[in-house]
Design a protein around this ligand. Structure first.
Ligand SMILES: [Zn+2]
Length: 371
């Protein structure tokens, strides 16, 4: 027996094998067309020097205490964060920890607990309310309720620091891909510091996004957002929208699962819905709207409104029509031609989404009342 054998948890080996099994399954599903998304390649070798170290404990003494995490083989580890909420649920018997994944990232160790809980499903505070949300660059989001959530602009704030750090990295002797030159220790340190600074920006953005989606799902029964593709390609193909774009998919993902928790629903406006170009007052559609036009000025009825607020109102209106089941959107007042109005495509695009959300929207409350 190897002398180090008893020191290691058997899960250390299991994790690798489990991940390999998943990777193979993803690969074969992707090849057979059973898996959505980008094509998944055959799993490749990961060097222990490059891969992110992680281990998933599924058996043994796993516990979360107020100040510590208890892990098999490792014992009690002090937590940086407050573990009281999970610990309380565990003590009350309402949550059962199924597994914990420990990983090393940006100089820190993280433990994420997967727990099964029978906590009652929360209901949105305003179950009948419909809110349209327009995501943007200038502001993080505009709500049709009239609220504007400012963009914290974490990146711009950290830009000076990032610039300095990456300059430091470029002045150290880094790895040479062709020459096989080993990076110096000073390069490693500088590189780690840069990675940390980038990570902090990413964390701040994630935090803001989570808070926003949680609030929306907790308050409104129906949230209407625009299609991901519409945001990415149709409206803007010039600017640095991709900054917001990257988190748009994440925003939608979070909103969908959080709405499902609350028994609410998310309506995705189809990609041909001109949320920015339409007037929220009279329904006239502008043929062209420059991105630099921050306020919407309607030439038909004289409405003057913030661009994003106008879009949010349109999305809310779209949601209301969807709920009322009035079919395709009302024709616009001025008969301005829409570039691509394929009715069939609209119907195909819309139905699977709403049906799914409709189901998640109606089932949970029934469970709630039964319990
Ligand atoms: Zn108008």
């Amino acid at each position: 027996m190897a002398p180090w054998w008893p020191e290691c948890s058997k899960e250390a080996f299991n994790t690798g094998l489990d991940q390999l099994a998943r990777a193979l399954k993803n690969w074969s599903d992707s090849r057979k067309g059973k898996r959505k998304g980008r094509r998944v390649g055959f799993p490749c070798f990961r060097s222990k020097r490059k891969a992110r170290p992680s281990i998933r404990f599924t058996t043994g003494a796993i516990r979360c205490e107020a100040r510590h995490a208890v892990l098999p083989r490792i014992g009690r580890v002090k937590l940086h964060e407050d573990g009281r909420r999970l610990a309380g649920l565990g003590a009350a018997g309402t949550a059962r920890v199924l597994s914990v994944t420990v990983r090393f990232e940006r100089g820190r160790w993280f433990a994420s607990f997967t727990a099964e809980t029978e906590a009652g499903r929360p209901v949105p505070r305003r179950p009948d309310a419909v809110v349209g949300v327009d995501l943007g660059v200038k502001t993080l989001a505009a709500l049709s309720a009239g609220e504007e959530i400012p963009n914290p602009r974490h990146l711009s704030g950290a830009l000076r620091k990032l610039r300095r750090l990456s300059r430091a990295v470029s002045r150290r002797r880094g790895p040479g891909r062709r020459t096989g030159q080993k990076p110096s220790n000073r390069w490693r340190r500088a590189s780690t510091a840069l990675g940390k600074a980038h990570g902090r920006v990413a964390d701040q953005r994630k935090d803001g996004l989570h808070k926003l989606t949680t609030r929306l799902a907790a308050e409104f029964g129906t949230v209407v957002i625009e299609d991901l593709n519409a945001a990415g390609t149709v409206k803007n193909r010039h600017l640095a929208r991709h900054v917001a774009d990257a988190s748009f998919g994440e925003f939608r993902r979070q909103l969908e699962y959080k709405a499902a928790w609350h028994g609410g629903r998310v309506i995705i406006a189809d990609r041909w819905f001109a949320s920015s170009k339409t007037c929220s007052g009279c329904g006239a559609v502008k043929a062209k709207l420059l991105l630099s036009e921050r306020t919407y000025c309607c030439t038909a009825c004289g409405l003057v409104l913030d661009r994003d607020a106008n879009a949010a109102l349109n999305l809310a209106g779209y949601g209301n029509r969807q709920i009322a089941g009035s079919g395709p959107e009302i024709p616009n007042g001025r008969g301005a031609g829409r570039k691509t109005p394929p009715r069939a495509q609209v119907a195909v695009k819309r139905q699977p989404g709403t049906r799914k959300h409709g189901q998640t929207g109606t089932v949970p409350p029934q469970e709630g009342t039964a319990a």
